[in-house]
Design a protein around this ligand. Structure first.
Ligand code: A2P
Length: 334
């Protein structure tokens, strides 16, 4: 069976990856509609050897569409996803607009694939940092249970979008030329700097990005007893998110056991050999879809604890790939 597919935000950092992944994985589409705004309407993109002209997104863009992949920001999703659903499409949404809605499944296919089938028109793709974390945690959770997570993230600018990638490039050149870096997308200079600030601040001092990791993790793992605390930082890297994860487990798990569990998990690759200076690196994941896990150590400060360093391609496993894997699972079971 073939499906009519639309990509909303096709010209964006994530949208472009979606289009290449549809081709790479030979997604069974009959027609493909690439959608954005008037800013990039008319742009020609190719997929599976065919050329497609990007169109302006309107409610009628979704006539005859079976599956609509959205990555155009929360505003566009809030306005247009219901229009797509009204016309009979299933929306897989990469924005944060619907993630915490009770009737919207929030899915990482390696973790909670069964939730896909509970949808009422919209399925949400989690936040990029949450996806790579829960993919690595799932086998440990299943084996020994998880009480508490303490996370620090080191997130690339591609998570903000293509304008932020341009800003990092321009500022890096400016600074090296002894010129001033003019912040536009970020509130401060991002080149040669680290910003402990992603998304908006709440009254208690946490950022929305940090709270996404708390709330989305509990929803995906279907366990509101997991305690989570996070600090999210933006680093001057184009693509690839890293995170330090400290896990307090219910029962003890040794480094050897943890390595074995992770090595046997689809979608996860263990990169952990300190003697050979082998550990996950952000510049390693441009061409890699697996979630890389390394620096696996027991936390000697508590009875049952582990430390991990986890790296993934935020545009692919953290966004476009996970979205398309959700769509694949959904049609596979039909
Ligand atoms: P456009 O290229 O026309 O601006 P990024 O996350 O890299 O900034 O990309 C955002 C993507 O979402 C782009 O493809 C952008 O299109 C698209 N987009 C932004 N707002 C809307 C909207 N209201 N409707 C449809 N597409 C949108």
């Amino acid at each position: 069976e073939k499906y009519n597919v639309a990509v909303v935000g096709a010209t964006g950092a994530v949208g472009r990856e979606m289009v290449s992944i549809l081709e790479e994985r030979d997604f069974p589409f009959a027609n493909l509609r690439l959608l954005a705004t008037e800013r990039s309407a008319g742009t020609v993109m190719t997929c599976k050897g065919e050329e497609y002209v990007v169109e302006v997104t309107t409610p009628d863009s979704f006539e005859d569409i079976d599956i609509a992949l959205f990555s155009a920001g929360s505003g566009a999703s809030k306005k247009l996803a219901p229009e797509a659903v009204k016309r009979g499409a299933v929306v897989v949404d990469n924005s944060s607009a619907y993630r915490m809605d009770d009737e919207v499944p929030l899915v990482v296919p390696e973790v909670n694939p069964e939730d896909i089938f509970e949808h009422t028109g919209i399925i949400a793709n989690p936040n990029c940092s949450t996806i790579q974390m829960v993919a690595a945690l799932k086998p440990i959770y299943d084996q020994v249970g998880i009480k508490r997570l303490v996370i620090s993230t080191y997130q690339a600018v591609s998570g903000t979008g293509k304008d932020a990638m341009d800003e990092l490039e321009q500022q890096s050149k400016a600074v090296l030329n002894g010129e001033e870096a003019n912040p536009e997308i970020y509130p401060h200079q991002i080149a040669f700097n680290v910003l402990p600030h992603i998304d908006i601040f709440f009254d208690d001092g946490y950022t929305k990005e940090e709270m996404k990791m708390v709330n989305e993790t509990q929803k995906i793992m279907n366990d509101n007893n997991i305690k989570v605390t996070a600090t999210a930082a933006r680093v001057p890297i184009f693509n690839g998110h890293a995170e330090s994860i400290n896990i307090e487990t219910n029962d003890r798990v040794t480094v050897k056991e943890a390595k074995e569990l992770l090595a046997n998990t689809p979608g996860v690759r263990v990169e952990d050999d300190p003697d050979k200076l082998k550990y996950p690196l952000q510049n390693q994941v441009t061409e890699i879809d697996d979630v890389l896990v390394g620096r696996i150590r027991e936390d000697h400060s508590i009875d049952n604890g582990l430390n991990l360093w986890v790296v993934a391609n935020n545009l692919r496993k953290g966004a476009a790939l996970n979205t398309i894997q959700i769509a694949e699972k959904m049609i596979e079971e039909k």
